[in-house]
Design a protein around this ligand. Structure first.
Ligand code: ATP
Length: 318
């Protein structure tokens, strides 16, 4: 698809010491990161972490309190309008017009971003073709499933050939099948060279789509890097799951936790399960615990959820 191209590998977004305060509450507390041209970058964090706030500021929809945000060298605080022209935004609310067809929604959006009638018509055709949505063109929005609406909203964001696409939780609320279709769509965009900033609280989504992730919590950036590197650094190659059976008393639980502490393992308790990770290592060695009658030990590959648990002691989703 036709979109602005700039030199590959150069930073297209620069976020520097970003702070956002709502009265005396600090929602974003000094976050810095850069996104390179062509990259898919994920903001990963639980509800309330500050993801939406950060993305609204980057999109020129909300003023920042302190710090600086540049998109392709444009300061969003000083030239919000200019910045908005080169950013495509997909919010959590699709904001499609139910009275119009798919094609009309795209065309109207085209006029809004400054295309002529003819250009908007041509671009709509190009966008629908690109996403294999041509046969949906004349369908009324209100008859579409939630997943299809999301795909149309993403298609619409491409009407202005943005240099940066900002998407707030693109698959939240979708069933697994629709989620897969949206992932395919985002993969297509990525392949065509579009730079994407997205937020998610699904770690699988981040692992599947993102070249790099920033893990944020309570307005702070906790980690930033390539998903596999971040996982290995904090959670090792494999995580152990200790499943305690019903016969396990609190004393047994305490013994297990004490052994883990002695071994220097990170662990978190979720009900009757204890998830154990060995930072930088292969996998936690739990020979002593395996011998306990009340405990069953199994292993699985470590993931970003483990990283979040290790860093915060909490799960990504409450
Ligand atoms: P979610 O996944 O729920 O969207 P998030 O990571 O995007 O979470 P934000 O929506 O950025 O989080 O919110 C960060 C914090 O700022 C939350 O504690 C929220 O309650 C607070 N907040 C957001 N908008 C406002 C506002 N307009 N006024 C006051 N507080 C706000």
């Amino acid at each position: 698809m036709v979109h602005h191209l700039s030199q590959n590998g150069s930073a297209i977004l620069n976020v520097e010491s970003l702070v956002k305060k709502y009265r005396d509450f600090t929602a974003v507390d000094g976050i810095s990161f850069q996104i390179r041209n062509g990259e898919t970058f994920g903001l990963l964090g639980p509800n309330g972490a500050g993801k939406t706030t950060t993305m609204r500021i980057i999109s020129g929809l909300s003023p920042l309190t302190e710090g600086r945000v540049d998109v392709a060298g444009i300061d969003v605080s000083k030239s919000g309008r200019e910045a908005r022209n080169i950013i495509g935004v997909v919010t959590q609310h699709d904001g499609l017009d139910n009275q119009l067809t798919v094609r009309q929604n795209l065309e109207v959006h085209g006029y809004l971003v400054g295309l002529s009638r003819r250009a908007a018509r041509l671009k709509t055709q190009e966008v629908l073709q690109f996403f294999n949505l041509e046969e949906r063109g004349d369908v009324d929005i209100r008859t579409l499933s939630g997943g299809m609406k999301r795909r149309i909203a993403i298609a619409r964001s491409m009407m202005a050939s943005p240099m940066l696409l900002v998407m707030d939780e693109p698959t939240t609320g979708l069933d697994p099948q629709s989620r897969n279709r949206v992932w395919e769509q985002l993969g297509q965009l990525k392949q065509s060279g579009v730079t994407i900033l997205m937020s998610t609280h699904y770690m699988i989504e981040a692992e599947t789509l993102c070249d790099r992730v920033a893990i944020i919590d309570r307005g702070h950036l906790l980690e930033l890097g390539i998903p596999e590197d971040v996982i290995t650094r904090h959670a090792g190659q494999q995580a152990a799951i200790i499943q305690l059976n019903n016969a396990a008393s609190d004393t047994v639980k305490s013994i297990v936790k004490e052994k883990l502490s002695q071994q220097g393992c990170s662990f978190s308790e979720i009900g009757s399960r204890i998830i154990v990770t060995a930072p930088e290592g292969e996998r936690p060695e739990l020979e002593a615990i395996k011998d306990l009658a009340e405990a069953r030990v199994s292993y699985r590959p470590s993931n970003l959820e483990d990283v979040f648990l290790t860093l915060t002691g909490r799960e990504l989703r409450d």
